[in-house]
Design a binder for this molecule. Structure first.
Ligand SMILES: [Zn+2]
Length: 452
C-alpha cells in the first residue's frame, strides 16, 4: 500500500513538473528570445560543465516542441572534439555527439534554471564551435534576460520607478543593439562590451517586478530605439553627447539636474601628487617629466573639462578631459566635472629680509623679487649667486622647481554625465515622478512605446 501511495505521489509530482515546464514554455513567443554569449561562468575555452536536478533535454532550435533526447544525469560535460560538439557524462563517457551542433539546445528537464559551472541561467543553453573553441550561449526570453541585467546596473534598494526607468533603458539597449554580435552567431555578450548580464544569481523580486511592469516598453526617438546611455550621478548637470563624444543625438542634450544633488558622489574631493600623475601619464605614453601644473583650457557649458594642459619639467601636452580621467582611473577621478587647485612645496627655505634705516628686519616673499647687484644690474632672484645673510656672504643655488606639487581636485558627479543620471532618477522617483517622467526628463523629446 505504502508503495502504491508513493508511486501515486511521485506520478503527481511528475505531472506538476511537466505542467510547470509546459507552463513556462508552451505559449512562449520565441521571436522575443535573445542569444547571449556567456563568458563569466566559464573556466575553459573548450568545455563546460552543466548541472540539473531533473536531467537534461535536448532540442533542435527549429522545433522546440519535440524533445530529441533526454540525458538522465545531474551533471554533463560539453566539449569540442574535431569540430564536433560532444556531450559526456560526469565520468567522461560519451552520451551523444552533435555534428552541426549550432542548432541544438539543452535545457533542464523540469527546473526553471540550468547551472553552468557555478552560475544559474534561465532558458536554454546552446553551443557554437569556433575552431576548437566552444561558445556557450544562453537562449532565453528577452524579459528574463533583463532580470539578470538591471540588477547589475542599479541596486534593488532604488525606488521602483527608478528601477522601471532602468529596465526600459536596458531593454532599449538590447533592442537597438540586437545584431551587435550576429556575425558571431549570437546577439549580445554578457560582458561590459554589451550589457553586463549576471543570470539568475543576481535576480531580485523587486527588480523582476520593475521588468514585468514595463514589459515590452522601449524609448524611441522618431520611432527608432534610442542609445539609452546613463551614468551614476550627473553632479547637477548632464551634457550633450556631441560635446563629450562627438556623436550627435538630439535626445542626449545637456540640462540642469537638481535631482542628482544630495546623493552619493554629487560632490567629491581628490588629492593627487605630481608623482602619481607623472607615473600614470608615463604608463600611457605621455612623458612630460615631473608634472608642475594642470591647466583647464576648455570646458562644456556645464563645466566638464574638455581640454587640459599638462605642464611638466620636460614639456607640455594637451589631452582631453576624458583621456585624463581614463589615465587617472575612472573610479578615482569620478567625472570630468571638476576644478583644480595647486600647491607647490619646497623642501628648503631661503629667507630674504628688507632692512630699514633703523635696522629693523622684515622677511619678504621670494616670488617676483628682482635684485640689483653691485654693478647696478637688475637680476631675477634665481640668477643670484651670493647673498648676504645673518652669517655673512653665502653662495646660493635657488631652484625654481618645487620639490613637490600637490593637486586638489574638486569634482561633481560620477560617470560621463550623458543621458540618464541614475541617482537623479532616484531623486525624481522619491519626489513622486514616474518612470515615464524620469525618462522624458533625461532623454529630450523621446517617446516610450511598445517595441514592434
Ligand atoms: Zn559584446
Amino acid at each position: 500500500m505504502k508503495k502504491i501511495i508513493s508511486l501515486i505521489v511521485s506520478a503527481l509530482m511528475l505531472m506538476v513538473f511537466v505542467l510547470s515546464h509546459k507552463g513556462a514554455y508552451a505559449d512562449t513567443d520565441y521571436d522575443n528570445f535573445i542569444k547571449i554569449r556567456l563568458t563569466y561562468p566559464l573556466r575553459s575555452e573548450r568545455k563546460v560543465n552543466l548541472y540539473s536536478n531533473s536531467g537534461f533535454s535536448l532540442f533542435d532550435i527549429r522545433d522546440l516542441e519535440e524533445e530529441l533526447e533526454f540525458f538522465d544525469q545531474n551533471e554533463i560535460q560539453v566539449t569540442v572534439e574535431k569540430g564536433e560538439i560532444c556531450i559526456l557524462d560526469s565520468k567522461g563517457k560519451l552520451l551523444s555527439s552533435l555534428d552541426n551542433g549550432d542548432n541544438f539546445l539543452i535545457v533542464s528537464k523540469y527546473d526553471t534554471t540550468i547551472k553552468v559551472e557555478e552560475m544559474y541561467y534561465r532558458g536554454y543553453i546552446m553551443f557554437k564551435t569556433v575552431g576548437d573553441k566552444l561558445y556557450v550561449i544562453n537562449y532565453l526570453d528577452l524579459e528574463e534576460y533583463l532580470y539578470g541585467v538591471v540588477p547589475r546596473e542599479m541596486g534593488s534598494s532604488f525606488h521602483i520607478e527608478a528601477l522601471k526607468a532602468q529596465a526600459i533603458a536596458a531593454r532599449t539597449y538590447a533592442i537597438r543593439n540586437f545584431n551587435k554580435h550576429i556575425r558571431d552567431g549570437y546577439n549580445l555578450c554578457d560582458a561590459e562590451h554589451c550589457q553586463v548580464y549576471g543570470g539568475h544569481n543576481v535576480e531580485s523580486i523587486k527588480i523582476n517586478e520593475a521588468v514585468d511592469e514595463t514589459k515590452g516598453l522601449i524609448i524611441t526617438y522618431d520611432g527608432y530605439p534610442i542609445e539609452a546611455v546613463y551614468h551614476s550621478n550627473s553632479g547637477g548637470y548632464t551634457d550633450d553627447a556631441e560635446v563629450i563624444w562627438g556623436g550627435y543625438a538630439p535626445y542626449l542634450a545637456s540640462r540642469v539636474d537638481e535631482f542628482s544633488k544630495s546623493f552619493p558622489n554629487s560632490s567629491w574631493k581628490l588629492n593627487l601628487t605630481s608623482e602619481e600623475i607623472s607615473y600614470k601619464l608615463k604608463n600611457n605614453g605621455i612623458d612630460v617629466g615631473k608634472v608642475l601644473d594642470l591647466i583647464i583650457l576648455d570646458t562644456t557649458t556645464a563645466g566638464r573639462v574638455l581640454d587640459l594642459l599638462i605642464v611638466g619639467t620636460n614639456g607640455e601636452e594637451v589631452i582631453s578631459g576624458n583621456e585624463f580621467r581614463t589615465i587617472i582611473g575612472s573610479n578615482i577621478l569620478k567625472s570630468t566635472l571638476f576644478t583644480i587647485e595647486k600647491e607647490n612645496k619646497y623642501d628648503y627655505e631661503v629667507k630674504i629680509y628688507s632692512i630699514d634705516e633703523k635696522g629693523n628686519k622684515k622677511a619678504m616673499a621670494l616670488d617676483n623679487i628682482n635684485i640689483i647687484d653691485k654693478d647696478g644690474n637688475i637680476l631675477k632672484v634665481d640668477e643670484i649667486n651670493y647673498i648676504i645673510t645673518d652669517g655673512g656672504i653665502k653662495s646660493v643655488n635657488i631652484e625654481t622647481i618645487p620639490s613637490a606639487v600637490n593637486f586638489t581636485i574638486y569634482g561633481n558627479g560620477y560617470g560621463h554625465g550623458v543621458g540618464m543620471s541614475q541617482w537623479g532618477a532616484e531623486g525624481m522617483a522619491l519626489n513622486g515622478y514616474n518612470y515615464e517622467e524620469i525618462l522624458k526628463y533625461y532623454y529630450k523629446g523621446v517617446d516610450i512605446e511598445y517595441k514592434k
